[in-house]
Design a protein around this ligand. Structure first.
Ligand SMILES: Nc1ncnc2c1ncn2[C@@H]1O[C@H](COP(=O)(O)OP(=O)(O)OP(=O)(O)O)[C@@H](O)[C@H]1O
Ligand SMILES: [Mg+2]
Length: 326
């Protein structure tokens, strides 16, 4: 039987990933739970619960127990984590040691909540790692030297920005604005321009297929269905990628402004390192078309998206788990 030192968990607003060294990402499920309203019975978690979003009858609540990177519903987070840990590693005689991440700059109360949730979900020992440090480790940046690496993790609920040196954050900024807010910006834009109400899943699909921080060389279009804001009846429109770039502009600029703020407060020696090494983006939000190019243009610092950006934080917590408990 494979006995590990520990597992790493990326407790994200959109999804939970569990990573174990040698077995890699062993679980990747949406952070969603379906609960029967009256009895409070848990009906489904993860993928199964996500399939119910927007389609569940009135007696079922579909809940995202994390909001903007932090625990919003403690009990449900614990139940969800417990189910995921069990699904990932089964029943083990010795409970796992767990490294779990939090956004940078969270309060001690929020940190303790995450730690307790992991313990109650079945962890023997828990260590907390901030998302930028985990993301940097997962992107295989050499962070244990006195050298500045700038990492920006744009998830579903938070954007975590930091310059990491000697294994720790030197400067950081955590913005409660990320991929979910990009979806919301699309919902608002379409309602205002076309009097059309669309759901969150539709907005996300539009963002991924034709959304962008910059215009595409060849404009793309998509047919979008929803409900008329005026008549309440079904309605369809065609929207193009240039319009989406316009609709996403404010939120994209706010994200870049937050990165700029961190650059501004970074000590000179470290910023010189960042200038040579460039900025590394992780998290699903960093996949928005052209976001890396726009950051590079605005800040004048080379910017690239890490390989497999959505798993970097989980991989980083898993790598840390191999030596954190020694
Ligand atoms: N190709 C893509 N283009 C744009 N956005 C994308 C793409 N793929 C995924 N996303 C977005 O990435 C976000 C999820 O990213 P991620 O899985 O890193 O979040 P998370 O870790 O669960 O959240 P957080 O770290 O904020 O708690 C969602 O908003 C999703 O719509
Ligand atoms: Mg994340």
């Amino acid at each position: 039987m494979f006995v590990s030192n520990g597992i790493g968990i990326d407790l994200g607003t959109t999804s939970v990933l569990i990573y174990e060294e040698k077995r890699e990402v062993i679980l990747n499920e949406p952070s969603i739970i379906a609960v029967e309203k009256n009895s409070k019975k848990v009906l489904a978690v993860g993928h199964k619960a996500k399939r119910m979003v927007g389609r569940a009858p009135g007696n079922i609540s579909i809940i995202k127990p994390l909001k903007q990177g932090a625990i919003y519903d403690y009990d449900l987070t614990e139940i969800m984590l417990k189910k995921f840990i069990y699904k990932a590693i089964g029943k083990r005689v010795i409970k796992p040691k767990v490294v779990i991440c939090v956004p940078s700059g969270v309060t001690n109360v929020e940190k303790r909540a995450v730690e307790n949730a992991a313990k109650h979900a079945g962890a023997r020992k828990v260590k907390i790692l901030t998302k930028p440090v985990a993301a940097a480790l997962g992107a295989h940046l050499d962070i244990n030297h006195p050298f500045g690496n700038m990492i920006v993790d744009i998830g579903g609920g938070t954007s975590d920005i930091a310059v990491v040196s000697l294994g720790n954050e030197v400067v950081h900024n955590s913005l409660r604005l990320a991929g979910d807010d990009f979806d919301q910006a699309i919902i608002n834009y379409i309602r205002k321009k076309y009097n059309l109400i669309i759901g969150e899943s539709t907005a996300e699909r539009i963002k991924i297929t034709i959304g962008g921080a910059i215009k595409r060389p060849k404009t793309k279009s998509i047919l979008v269905g929803g409900k008329s804001f005026v008549s309440g009846l079904p309605k369809q429109i065609t929207i193009n990628s240039d319009e989406l770039t316009e609709g996403l502009n404010n939120i994209v600029e706010a994200t870049i402004a937050a990165i700029y703020k961190v650059v501004e407060i970074t000590p000179p020696e470290l910023i010189a390192d960042v200038m040579t090494q460039g900025i590394v983006l992780t998290g699903g939000g960093s996949l928005l078309y052209g976001l890396d190019k726009l950051i590079e243009k605005r800040l004048g610092i080379a910017t690239r998206v890490a390989e497999n950006p959505q798993t970097c934080v989980a991989v980083g917590t898993g790598i840390y788990a191999t030596y954190a408990f020694e």
